[in-house]
Design a binder for this molecule. Sequence first.
Ligand code: SAM
Ligand code: SF4
Ligand code: SF4
Length: 361
Amino acid sequence: MAADTELRHRGALGENTPAFDKLNRPLRDLRLSVIDQCNFRCTYCMPRDVFGADYPFLPSAQRLSFEQMVKLAKAFALLGVEKIRITGGEPLLRRGLESLIEQLAKLTTASGKPMELALTTNGSLLAAKARSLRDAGLNRVTVSLDAVDDAVFRRMSDVDMPVSRILDGIEAARAVGLAPLKVNAVIERGVNDHQILPLVRLFKGSGVAVRFIEYMDVGGADDWSKTKVVTAREARGIVETEFPLTPVLDGEPTGTAVNYRHADGGGEVGFIASVSQPFCGSCSRARVSADGQLYTCLFATHGTDLRPWLTQSASVEQLASAVRGRWIDRDDRYSELRATPRRLSASGKVYPMVRMSLVGG
Ligand code: SAM
Ligand code: SF4
Ligand code: SF4
């Protein structure tokens, strides 16, 4: 390890300098889950037979308050975080979310830029909330939508709601200027792979970028098998049967998607190859669950409880120091190791996995 890398890793360059983990990855993104409940039961995330009426969701008293979340955001900003993605469960189920966004929107990053604020949602409540979210200071929205066909949508989300409600939400977000707007579709072989082309057709030329995500074996995907994964390469091949694409070469280095442009200028299509071509090497994301547990990998088995530092008696700097201590010890790269028969991290930890709906994808 070079001398400054060694110093950075040990945090010896100061508590308020960017945090780097054992694999020299900086901490840049925070995914903040505001609620573990959801009004959908997507079969690949919250299957109804597991997340039934008696599922022990967090009681509201155990969820972090907005005040605690703002303190968290300030601590992560000190450590180099430049973007916060609000997620869940379904984040728009959290009452008064606009007030949290308003407070987060006032934060600046360590380099003095405004904190970038994004939200991932299933879109069901977006038509009603797009304007107030934008007014509160939200910058961008990603809507999860796996199908254009109503029956396929209902089957995958396992909810009695027409797909038009999500499309109305997307249109409302676009109309109020929440851009760039993205639509994420998880593709499961034999279930919605025939929806790839209809999704591209629908959004081409609308300013909405569609991204296809490989179906992952995250906690909640109880039915996962490798044969159900439609790889990014395969999905791109399907798109290119109808739409010629050219690669976008100026994407963010830590972004998860490989982006293409319609050759005739109809906007972008992205592919997220989390299973077939993992991007652990540039993974700069930390996740905090709605009850204040810090997870350093989507596939982590347990988190670090940050609540002792979320009391009045601990300062933002003390909280930042606790997060730094965990981050500099991080060596997770589950997706790169997935190919091996046992689920091990580089340090030999075994991974049974946390639920996606708790840590927010
Ligand atoms: N409820 C919100 C939504 O659906 O956008 C936010 C939380 S959800 C857990 C975040 C993202 O995780 C969604 O885009 C969803 O499609 C993705 N996701 C959930 N389970 C997945 C799986 N097994 N494989 C790939 N992506 C998954
Ligand atoms: Fe809910 Fe999002 Fe999970 Fe679907 S993917 S069940 S909308 S949390
Ligand atoms: Fe990051 Fe873990 Fe996913 Fe790798 S498996 S990209 S380390 S969250």
